[in-house]
Design a protein around this ligand. Sequence first.
Ligand SMILES: [Zn+2]
Ligand SMILES: [Zn+2]
Length: 641
Amino acid sequence: MYFIFEIEFKSQKSYIKNLIQSYIEQIGIEAEVIQSSKKIYITIDKDNSQIESFLLGLEAVLPASIFMGQSKHYFIDDKPNVTDIEDYNLPLNISMCPNCQKEMFDISSNRYYYPFTSCNSCGGQLPFVQKYPFNRKNSSFKFLNPCPSCQEELKNNPFRKDYQLISCLECGVNLKMNDGKSERYANDKGSYRKLFEVASKAISKDKTILVKTLNGYRKFFAPKVGDNLDKAILLFCDSSSLNSKLMLIPQEFNTLLSIERPILRISTKSDDLKELFGSSAYVKYPDDGITILLAKELLTLGIKYVCYEEVEADENADFLIDFDLPIEPQKDTKLFINQDKTLFVSGERIVYPVVADNPKKVLTIANGLVASIVDDTTIIDAMERFESVDVREVRVLENEPIETGHRRERRFKLREASMLSVLKEHNLIGQKAVGVHFDSNLYFLYYNGAKVVDVIKPIEFNNSNLWEEIAKLRDGSDRLVKNYKNKFPKTYDELENLNGEIDIFIIASKIIGLSSVGIDAISKEALNFYGKGGIAIDTRIKDERFDNYAFLASIISYKLADVEPAMLCYSIYESFGDYIGEIIPQMSKSLETRNIILSGASFANQALYARVEKNIGIYKPLTNINLPIGKENAVFGALYL
Ligand SMILES: [Zn+2]
Ligand SMILES: [Zn+2]
């Protein structure tokens, strides 16, 4: 008889399993841990007297994770018959595990206030890695030698056994802070703590601080009413005020605090946040060591939240905190939660690097990411971390600014690769499917089991004669244009002078009068709508295609009727949901497949997603599982072109 502790885990990443393995070694219990494609199993002999204490301790060792689901335990006669997934030893870029965090706040530890504290199963490892395979020699840590105490840990601490990026205050990376006049160094317990103390005081006095974090340069500041916070991320210094300041469902709360620490768009609740951000904000809980320590010191000053912007190294600020080691940060990742569904929307962190199937042994390049072969394994990561490799074909995203010079270079479209990435994640390569790809344009696609083709393309939209086109739409349309010109002369002129190919959502957002433009602005404004249902916006289909001018004319007439922007934006998304809901069943019927694929970052919108669910929910549309629904999935999908 065996005691089994089973944890749902929907990722191939092995850091949770590895933490459990290290903990098993640390307490010396006879136990086995295995990870299948969906679950982690811990097996212990049922008579083992340590079971209870093991479980208690496990709770303290394991962080929350976005991949973790329910857990349960039971007794069973035979060990679970599952094969362990392969661990490819890829560097991580997540937050810190509970053990490492404890060390960082323990004054007796040699990592007290040391922001680069990490172990085999946590921390920002990837930014230091310069090439594969992952080892110290191939990282910017190569010039730092582990001190005797770290050497000892490499042998005897199960959590840092052979850990390639081991370091501590004694042998690690020094921080420095510059206020334009003088420089302050942090290289021991006292000076590290002092540096973060000084930095947080500066923020409390309305100074800005530019910080080199493991996730890129961030400019921290205390937000004030009237600041333009369009690009700001709201960083909470502790979890106790999350529920009083934000409208959170438990799943969002757990996701924010998970070891992966993604960015979430969340509705604001308290008056102070509503005044600063409006109805919603991008929210984050401190991720890397530097951000965690800064947040900790801000909290001791009574500051519950601050803002930061992702910026370049040369950004202006009152103070600069940095360190000498070069890093290659990843784009941070945004998540979208709609009821029981969690989607990666965009970004690289948490998602990449991954290992991918590469049946045709090709190399793919898209959006700065590369799928390349290292020792027979295909790894997807940033281009900078790969050396040149000899392959028979290179596949590059159209418009990717790169010359490969390869004799067989094939260019592909984002939408075909995106659709294939979803098909591959659901094991549907080779089967028929219809797809909807929605980024700044909306495409309907068909996959015949071999190739993705456009079924309905958006009508090319040329803005050079916008007003004439709208005026001749139908009887009375010329009056509509005239009325708009009288009421909003400034926008009228502005739109008349916009030439060339311009995204229809930029035009729509200008007509509505939003302060920022484009589909993101419309998506954000839609969240301000609290009513039950929107109004019908004309998407009058012309040869099955979306009629851009009818769509814009409809928005203009509602604008003239003083319909509030939030309702208009919400209705735009609803109308797209209805349009998709109309086309998909037709396509599914005529092309004889019930595999419906959705891709593109524009689906990460509550109004649209709910409408699509309502209209085509019975078809169970499929989306990416472990990859973003946005453009970062293309490098993976292109492997299966
Ligand atoms: Zn750790
Ligand atoms: Zn050390």
